[in-house]
Design a protein around this ligand. Structure first.
Ligand code: ADP
Ligand code: MG
Ligand code: MG
Length: 252
């Protein structure tokens, strides 16, 4: 589904990703762990098509399509979702209106009919029920005064509504409390399905106590330096990232 080969990318003239390769199949949950500054967020941003990153080598394909050739909106329409894609507070803009606009933009780009407000409301009710959420966040301004946990609930709700094929969650520096982590984890576990893959980026192992990934990768210094099963996350927790550095570049 997602295939990244030998990806090199720079930010502000500095090379951050240095030959990263990664492959995800539908239905899988992959975790990306790694020390601060390794390039984890850079990877997520490049897949989603955020501005400011220059890909200098390598390829990213999604179901065989060259993702790097597409605009961010086109990537979203093909089914790529980056949490924090809409992180901004937009005071005064009703969250329901905003979500409907985002969904309809994707539907339109796919050549599907847009949903009117009744149809959208029906969908919203379905998704709220699936996630066991209340509708309280929908009546407020987009992220306006949302707590960390509320932002997470809103993000998971966006994910449920937009029904992406690939969801990228970057949980690294968000300083989430345990309840917010649970919200994310329960959302991911609920929305896991055969046709959908998740790339969960996290600095800490504790999120993976709640989401059991199929594959764990360690990203260090711009490359995937280790790939394994869930046990790899536990080993990291135990030994720290220095352990990986020693394995990658053993001291003479
Ligand atoms: P991680 O998410 O693994 O902590 P990032 O991908 O955020 O790492 O950052 C990787 C490196 O790229 C860091 O050294 C960071 O300072 C640098 N970097 C990221 N974004 C920018 C930017 N917009 N301008 C300059 N340097 C950046
Ligand atoms: Mg960071
Ligand atoms: Mg980060």
């Amino acid at each position: 589904m997602l295939k990244i080969e030998n990806l090199h990318a720079s930010v502000a003239g500095k090379e951050i990703l240095k030959g990263l390769s990664l492959e995800l199949q539908p239905g899988q949950v992959h975790a990306i762990m790694g020390p601060n500054g390794a390039g984890k967020s850079t990877l997520g941003n490049i897949i989603a098509g955020r501005e400011g990153y220059e890909v200098t080598e390598g390829s990213v394909t999604f179901n065989g399509q060259d993702l790097l050739a597409l605009e961010p909106e086109e990537r979203a329409a093909t089914g790529v979702f980056l949490a924090f894609q809409y992180p901004v507070e937009i005071p005064g803009v009703n969250n329901t209106y905003f979500l409907r606009t985002a969904l309809n933009a994707q539907r339109k780009a796919r050549g599907e009919a847009e949903l009117d407000s009744m149809q959208f409301l029906k969908l919203v009710r379905e998704k709220l029920a699936v996630l066991h959420l209340k509708d309280e966040l929908l009546h407020r301004g987009v992220n306006e005064g949302f707590s960390g946990g509320e932002k997470k609930r809103n993000e998971i709700f966006q994910l449920a509504l937009l029904e992406p094929k690939l969801a990228i969650l970057d949980e690294t520096d968000s300083g989430l409390d345990i309840d917010a982590l649970r919200t994310v984890a329960e959302g991911v576990n609920t929305l896991r399905s055969d046709g959908r893959a998740f790339l969960v980026i996290t600095h800490y192992q504790r999120l993976l106590d709640y989401i059991r990934p199929d594959v764990v990768h360690v990203l260090a210094d711009g490359r995937i330096v280790e790939t394994g099963g869930p046990e790899l996350a536990l080993q990291l927790e135990e030994h720290g990232y220095a352990w990986i550095k020693d394995r990658v570049a053993p001291e003479a």
